[in-house]
Design a protein around this ligand. Structure first.
Ligand code: HEM
Length: 150
């Protein structure tokens, strides 16, 4: 549950630290993701990698700033999950993305990384991913009951 994340400030200050240390940190994320899980690479390409990296940083920053507002997080992540169905994203890929985001944050944090950050980020990403996966299920269920339009 998102409620489990009581360490919003910890995550927010870590995010500020890593973004100030390396504004292009999401490039590390994509490199890590595509190295560890090459099968996801073909899903990307609608936007340039720079644009995509910027959107992802902004989305994560926004979610972390609102992590104490479960209603906001739920509404946002349900919509993210629904939209990602169109990108060909499958449920098991959320764990991959979470793992690679944590690895990126750990790498850029360097000696400032610790167990509380590892646990806090992992729990937060698992919680928001679970909501996205619910959104994706709702989207697929709706599509299955609607007549095809094309
Ligand atoms: C923590 C969960 C995630 C968040 C917050 C997130 C956020 C975003 C955002 C903000 C965008 C920009 C466009 C839009 O709003 O739809 C986007 C696009 C996209 N995301 Fe995610 N995402 C998440 C998980 C994933 C996962 C698990 C995958 C699977 C590999 C994925 C693949 C994509 C793809 C393929 C696009 C389209 C980008 C393009 O083609 O340039 N995302 N995501």
């Amino acid at each position: 549950m998102v409620r489990a994340v009581s360490n919003a400030q910890l995550l927010q200050s870590n995010l500020e630290l890593v973004v100030s240390r390396d504004p292009d940190l999401m490039q590390i994320f994509y490199t890590t993701l595509f190295e560890r899980y090459p099968s996801v690479q073909p899903l990307f390409g609608r936007n340039s990698r720079d644009e995509q990296a910027k959107m992802l940083t902004e989305a994560v920053a926004m979610l972390v700033s609102k992590v104490d507002d479960p209603q906001f997080v739920e509404t946002t992540m349900l919509a993210v999950g629904r939209k990602h169905v169109d990108y060909g994203v499958e449920d098991h890929m959320y764990a991959w993305v979470g793992e690679c985001l944590v690895a990126t944050l750990a790498q850029v944090s360097g000696e400032d990384w610790n167990d509380a950050l590892e646990d806090g980020w992992t729990a937060t990403l698992e919680a928001i991913s679970a909501i996205a996966i619910q959104g994706a299920a709702a989207e697929r269920a709706e599509r299955a009951t609607q007549p095809a339009t094309s």
